[in-house]
Design a protein around this ligand. Structure first.
Ligand code: GAR
Length: 196
């Protein structure tokens, strides 16, 4: 079985990244982490990755100002240098330009905290609560140029309980995300490997 070289992009805590690293510690998991990349130098997940023995790098987007393409060229160079074959966005909070997305299309996936196509973008839990939804959830999808718009790989849901707040919902959803993402990444790897 081929193990695809995996890069994980984060911006903060990195708990989904950690779930992927744990899954990928199994020798028969179809992805092998080669790089964790953060656009924020203070992302807690960078330390977690280093402790797990995975190369971790921050490329701060701030010095690039409005020049998103220059920032992405720097990321792209690091991704290529690591031999990246598949990218998992895990709480990566920068919108990517169509140029970057098109380059990695079919090889880049994302986890989003809603049952897409509902609630693309931010404040997903508040919006689910405001709408009176009976359930919330998370979606892993292929990344396409539209925000949170690509083909769905896998979803997981949970009931919204009386008295739920955005915070309580996010906290209950997190372990669900941690089970979902490794499974969905394995499916994505199968698709990429079958193509090459
Ligand atoms: C997760 O809940 C993830 O679904 C969400 O950010 C959190 C990151 O947590 N992603 C997005 O909102 C993407 N638009 P983590 O850093 O602990 O994995």
């Amino acid at each position: 079985m081929k193990r695809l070289k995996l890069a994980i992009l984060i911006s903060g805590r990195g708990s989904n990244m950690e779930a992927l690293l744990k899954a990928a510690a199994a020798p028969d998991y179809p992805a092998k982490p080669v790089l964790v990349l953060s656009n924020r130098p203070d992302a807690a997940g960078l330390e977690t990755a280093l402790e797990a023995g995975v190369p971790a790098l921050a490329i701060d987007h701030k010095p690039y100002g409005k020049d998103r393409e220059a920032f992405e060229r720097a990321m792209d160079a690091a991704l290529s240098e690591a031999g990246t074959e598949i990218i998992a966005l895990a709480g990566f909070m920068r919108v990517l330009t169509p140029r970057f997305v098109e380059k990695w299309q079919g090889r880049m996936i994302n986890i989003h905290p809603s049952l897409l196509p509902k609630y693309k973008g931010l404040d997903t839990h508040q919006r689910a609560l405001d709408a009176g939804d009976a359930e919330a959830g998370a979606t892993v999808h292929w990344v396409s140029p539209g925000v949170d718009d690509g083909e769905i790989i896998q979803q997981a849901s949970l009931p919204i309980l009386p008295g739920d707040t955005p915070d309580s919902l996010a906290a209950r959803l997190l372990p669900v995300e941690h089970r979902l993402y490794p499974e969905a990444l394995a499916k994505a790897c199968a698709v990429v490997s079958a193509r090459t």
